[in-house]
Design a protein around this ligand. Sequence first.
Ligand code: NAP
Length: 247
Amino acid sequence: MKSLEGQTAIVTGAGRGIGKEIARELAVCGANVVINYMTSAEAAHALVNELSEYGGKHLAIKADVSRDTDGTQLVRSAYEAYGKIDILVNNAGITRDKTLKNMNFEQWEEVIRVNLNSVYTCTHAVLPLMLENKSGRIVNISSFVAMAGNIGQANYAATKAGIIGFTKSVALEVARHGITVNAVCPGFTETDMLWEVPDKVRERILERIPMGRFGTSQEIAKCVRFIVSEAPYMTAQAISINGGVYI
Ligand code: NAP
């Protein structure tokens, strides 16, 4: 029997990047996966087809998870399809990099909305279902930037640090109900998000990584899989996975 056989997982922003690899890893381990997307419709539906090879029943659902109505509807649709939600991975995120001097309110607010409000909307919607089941795993994707800060990312760093505070608080609230809540803090990881960073900045980042390379989405996905399938006594933690960058 696979470790996540019969379990249902929602992964936000799973049409591409880290979310896609998390969805794949959970499906390989037997979970039914709800692949949330906002703009990557084709990729999300292609992933549903691909994952069906591993068995299970997978769904692609469009939702802008920064909106409370969408986050709630995503969870409701998943519940109607499967009758329970065992795992929620809050992965959706964006960057709008500018030094604070040059950052306008829209660039500040958009990142707060997508990266932080989304974690509220989906967690708030899923929690009553997990409380009723007396079981659940919630994993929030933060970033090493939460602890280290980064030039041009005051908005992004604020959301990722906020996610850690949120994670720890909610974990304490639900610890006695069989639900764990943890954050994963990737270092720089090879996805579209990293390729948006100017070449020169990327080279400077690389010099600071003791392992001398960027992380891969698969490496982050395996960490998430460990948390949801092998770590029932781990909660309220922020797990760094960053090639040895000291924070
Ligand atoms: P990415 O390749 O740019 O993908 C971003 C994902 O977020 C896409 O799937 C996108 O969906 C989704 N998304 C954005 N806004 C959304 C919304 N309003 N509703 C639903 N989905 C939305 O980024 P990534 O590198 O995979 O990042 C994934 C997570 O890891 C993010 O939280 C990011 O902050 C974090 N992280 C990344 C790195 C890195 O170096 N890459 C490092 C640390 C942490 P659509 O394509 O469907 O629009």
